[in-house]
Design a protein around this ligand. Structure first.
Ligand code: 5GP
Length: 204
């Protein structure tokens, strides 16, 4: 009998580098967590592949899945839906594998309500000038949009109190390393293994 896997939720403010850290984590072939591919209604970017980067769906299809209760969480972010398909998460956890979500903060809070046993990791910028540089660095927005994103990012940083861990993203490799350590030690928690041992005792 194997234990149920851990649900790991990586979140944090816009522009903090969640996607980059997550990709670096999964580039390593030894990574044993299963990445839950999100669904989105946004346009596919160059180089992205449906079913790899996201499941790209129409608003109509997405809304039908919400209505059918098929999403663990969803959020509207910059005019598009983003969400986590529920069946994959449950099935993979039941198989004893860890599931990794990389999602924005509203969605993470919804996951926390539904699955409070998850491990909630908040990625933080080393400082605000760095965050601003990253938001500007995307190069596609005018100053008003940049300022608006900064206001949003600041209020998102305040969400940190709802998380279990804060990981500074000063360097991608360091952030990846910190996340791996957190997940490893979570596996040793008595709360994670107790059911397994109790079952063994019953069977003795
Ligand atoms: P992007 O459009 O740049 O790929 O992602 C925009 C934001 O959506 C990022 O902050 C990313 O973490 C978040 N995101 C990606 N997938 C999901 C999801 O399934 N649910 C939620 N709530 N946010 C997501």
């Amino acid at each position: 009998m194997s234990q149920r896997g851990l649900l790991i939720v990586l979140s944090g403010p816009s522009g903090v580098g969640k996607g980059t850290v997550r990709k670096a984590l999964f580039e390593n072939k030894d990574t044993a967590y299963e990445y839950s591919i999100s669904m989105t209604t946004r346009q596919m970017r160059e180089g992205e592949v449906d079913g790899v980067d996201y499941f790209f769906r129409s608003r109509k299809e997405f809304e039908a899945l919400i209505t059918a209760g098929k999403m663990l969480e969803h959020a509207e972010y910059v005019g598009n839906y983003y969400g986590t398909p529920l069946d994959y998460v449950n099935k993979t956890l039941d198989e004893g594998k860890d599931v990794f979500l990389e999602i924005e903060v509203q969605g993470a809070m919804k996951v926390k309500e539904k699955m409070p046993d998850g491990i909630f990791i908040f990625l933080t910028p080393p400082d605000f000038s760095e965050l601003k540089a990253r938001i500007i660095g995307r190069g596609t927005d005018d100053m008003a949009v940049i300022n608006e994103r900064m206001v949003v990012a600041k209020s998102e940083v305040e969400m940190m109190r709802h998380y279990d861990y804060a990981v500074v993203n000063d360097k991608v490799e360091l952030a990846v390393d910190r996340i791996k350590k957190i997940i490893e030690s979570e596996h040793y928690k008595v709360s994670h293994v107790i059911d397994y041992y109790e079952k063994m005792l019953e069977e003795m």
